[in-house]
Design a protein. Structure first.
Ligand code: AG3
Length: 314
């Protein structure tokens, strides 16, 4: 795989501009990876003061010094909301940070569905935030579009419940890891652009809803809350149409050009995300999330509550 080092004078700083007209600028020491995959432009940097950084198509995905708040908020409240999460599906997340957090729990199987094998390969070698989770015996990796993966799983379900044994259904089953239903689904995607756009659609949430067990929970990263982004509101709107109950969460994520990043949880069945057994956090070795902080993840600024209430009334 192509990899390139550049002299520090060529890349002293990395800037990501958000379309709204503000940005984030990070001083960097050197570029470790610059690769154009089939799907996107992958860059990995060593920054001057904040560890490594993963950038996809110009958008910062992971800044090592800031990634804990993102990955821990995406993963742990959902894992605690479920009394025994055994089967977890991660959509996206090719850097391995989400998988790393999932595997801190006593799960039986964690399936990672990542569209771009190059992201996994390069992050495993150069970013190294996965902490061995790609090699964990409970991990199963599938290189496929997450939406397609769930679509096929739904097809498969339908056919097996009809008792059909067509060649086609066997081949669907044969594509690998899309079998069974999940206790927890975590969507760790890029912004809703290009191949990730579909992961924020009502159709995707409907298919993910049916891939959850009777009691299950889906959490997606959902874009900036402050400033309030249309990405966040759209995801909320589309999830609302599918899930009987949803919760918005937020955390500050250093590395994204927004003081508050949003997450949305869709709850199926009889689970509560707010009243959880926080003693299960003991021994998990977390850097950001803790029992005292749990409630604060659900606090929303007044202007966000207002915007969400307007969506609820529709
Ligand atoms: N995925 C969400 C990153 C979104 C950041 N957006 C941006 N910088 N414009 C992060 C993947 C981490 N596992």
């Amino acid at each position: 795989m192509e990899e390139k080092e550049e002299s520090s004078s060529e890349c002293e700083e990395f800037i990501e501009w958000h379309p709204e007209g503000y940005g984030i600028c990070i001083k960097i020491r050197r570029k470790l990876v610059d690769f154009m995959s089939e799907f996107q432009h992958i860059e990995i940097y060593e920054t001057a003061n904040f560890g490594k950084m993963l950038v996809l198509d110009g958008a910062i995905q992971v800044l090592e010094a800031g990634e804990a708040s993102y990955h821990e908020t995406l993963v742990h409240p959902a894992m605690l909301a479920h009394p025994r999460p055994e089967s977890v599906l991660v959509i996206g997340g090719g850097d391995g940070g989400t998988l790393r957090e999932v595997l801190k729990h006593d799960v039986k199987k964690a399936t990672l569905v990542e569209i771009d094998p190059a992201v996994v390969e390069l992050c495993r070698e150069f970013l190294r935030i996965d902490n061995g989770s790609f090699e964990d015996a409970r991990t199963e990796i599938c290189f496929e579009d997450g939406f397609e993966f769930l679509r096929k799983a739904a097809e498969c379900e339908k056919e097996s419940s009809r008792g059909e044994k067509s060649v086609e259904s066997r081949s669907v089953r044969g594509t690998g890891c899309n079998s069974g239903k999940y206790d927890v689904i975590l969507v760790d995607s890029t912004d809703p652009v290009r191949h990730a756009r579909g992961l924020f659609s009502e159709e995707f949430y409907a298919i993910a809803f049916s891939a959850l067990k009777e009691n299950g929970i889906l959490v997606t990263q959902a874009g900036s809350i402050f400033p309030l982004s249309s990405n966040f509101l759209n995801a909320y709107y589309n999830m609302k149409a599918v899930f009987p109950r949803i919760e918005a969460l937020s955390a500050p994520v250093f590395g994204y050009a927004a003081p508050l990043w949003g997450f949305i949880a869709g709850i199926k069945g009889n689970l509560s995300m707010k009243n959880v057994d926080l003693s299960r956090l003991r021994g998990l070795k977390l850097r950001f999330y803790n029992a005292e902080m749990h409630n604060t993840l659900f606090f929303m600024p007044a202007f966000v509550r207002e915007a969400l209430a307007r969506i609820q009334r529709q």
